[in-house]
Design a protein around this ligand. Structure first.
Ligand SMILES: Nc1ncnc2c1ncn2[C@@H]1O[C@H](COP(=O)(O)OP(=O)(O)OP(=O)(O)O)[C@@H](O)[C@H]1O
Ligand SMILES: [Mg+2]
Length: 326
């Protein structure tokens, strides 16, 4: 059985490409005509990315390119007007692209608004992660968005400089008190903990103003982006549990007792931010209910077997931790 490099659902025999479902391919690329195999080899990408990243508005640490579908339906690097961002696996972290793709799919399964994404191939067969830009409207217009470092009016280097509690309070300010947006943020933090994504810093969350909103306030978070099962790379040090501390002023008694975050900590964070316990408990219950689908999705992913095993062991363990204290 082949699984779709977009949804990870089984691909039927009538599909145009053997490893993509037609409807999901058309939704991501606009039609079935785009070619999911690039002309570029991985090595050529490395050379091109130096040329194309000058003037690229998407910052970030990892090498990436702005990409458009050209008149020959090929994915092609561009300096302006790209509707996609292409992220290959960094040389030092093989299969990071496959890992990011399935990490994003686990968010989708849990109902988290998530950037459209999939895997495409370099000319030499290596897979790369591709995501459709959510800040571009069809007519080329840009939606206004700001990440949390910009929200704090801090330099980019400060992306680890506060807690999720402070970041949540900022979201409340930036949205003029929309608790639903803070709850969305809280769910994304819980998801990061579940999958061992230890790099959900202030630049990995952004707020967006819907078209037509002329107020200074933001309406919602952008779709989720930059998720990773970070703990599954053999050569990557086990970092902290999360990129930021949960609370502004130290750790809960439960953390001191267990030595890792449990449900207690996420309920404490919710309470600080004025979010009721119930939706947080419901979200964790949803994770428990969906655990069979989550592990099946990991199994269907394009990660190597040892990475799949590590990912499934991790989410099973983190769910157990999240269920403590509910
Ligand atoms: N689908 C998307 N649409 C629009 N903008 C996006 C999308 N995905 C990512 N971005 C923007 O591009 C930036 C870089 O992307 P991303 O965070 O995935 O890269 P990174 O290099 O892994 O970042 P980091 O610095 O966190 O390691 C993000 O901070 C975000 O502002
Ligand atoms: Mg990032």
């Amino acid at each position: 059985m082949t699984y779709c490099k977009i949804s990870l659902n089984p691909v039927g025999t009538r599909s145009k490409y053997p490893d993509y479902r037609n409807n999901e391919f058309a939704a991501l690329f606009g039609s079935l005509r785009a070619n999911p195999t690039m002309n570029l080899t991985r090595a050529a990408f490395k050379r091109e990315s130096i040329r194309y990243t000058t003037g690229l508005s998407i910052s970030g640490v990892q090498q990436k390119l702005s990409v458009a579908i050209n008149d020959h339906y090929q994915l092609e690097p561009v300096t302006t007007g790209g509707h996609y961002i292409l992220k290959p696996s960094p040389e030092e972290f093989p299969h990071a692209a496959e890992n990011e793709h399935v990490a994003m799919r686990t968010g989708v399964l849990l109902g988290i608004p998530t950037a459209s994404c999939g895997l495409v191939s370099f000319a030499d067969g290596e897979l790369a992660y591709i995501t459709r830009r959510f800040d571009r409207l069809g007519d080329g217009q840009k939606l206004h968005q700001e990440d949390l470092v910009q929200g704090f009016a801090m330099p980019s280097d400060n992306k680890y400089s506060c807690s999720y509690e402070e970041a949540g309070a900022l979201i409340l300010d930036m949205t003029n008190g929309r608790k639903a947006v803070v709850l969305d943020y809280l769910q994304r933090i819980i998801h990061a903990y579940l999958i061992g994504n230890d790099d959900m810093h202030l630049k990995n969350t952004s707020l967006q103003r819907s078209a037509g909103n002329t107020t200074p306030y933001y309406d919602l978070l952008t779709p989720n982006y930059d998720c990773l099962f970070a703990g599954t790379f053999e050569n990557r040090d086990a970092g902290d549990f999360l990129a930021l501390d949960l609370l502004a002023d130290g750790f809960t008694d439960a953390f001191e007792e267990y030595g890792y975050y449990t449900g207690h900590d996420f309920l404490a964070l919710a309470q600080r931010l004025g979010i009721p316990e119930k939706p947080v408990q419901t979200f964790i219950a949803t994770i428990a209910e969906k655990m069979p689908q989550l592990t099946a999705t990991v199994d269907r992913s394009y990660m190597p077997v040892d990475m799949k095993c590590a990912a499934n062991a991790l989410i099973t363990d983190r769910l157990r931790a999240l269920q403590i204290g509910l």
